[in-house]
Design a protein. Structure first.
Length: 66
């Protein structure tokens, strides 16, 4: 059986990352933040696993710099 992908909408991404909405879009454009996926005609969301991987990468980079 295939694994179900959990999606996070913008308010959840803001809460999880502490980033502002515009910063998220700017970082997506720069390629430093996971891209959103379209889940409907006027709806986007992020793959929760990709957000978790991004958070781990940020933590790992911080630990490497310390």
């Amino acid at each position: 059986m295939s694994e179900v992908t959990k999606f996070m909408r913008m308010p959840a991404v803001i809460e999880a990352t502490g980033k502002a909405r515009q910063t998220i879009y700017d970082n997506m454009k720069a390629g430093t933040f996971p891209k959103a996926v379209r889940i409907g005609p006027r709806s986007i969301a992020w793959d929760a696993d990709e957000i978790a991987a991004w958070q781990k990468k940020v933590r790992d980079e911080r630990a490497k710099d310390e």
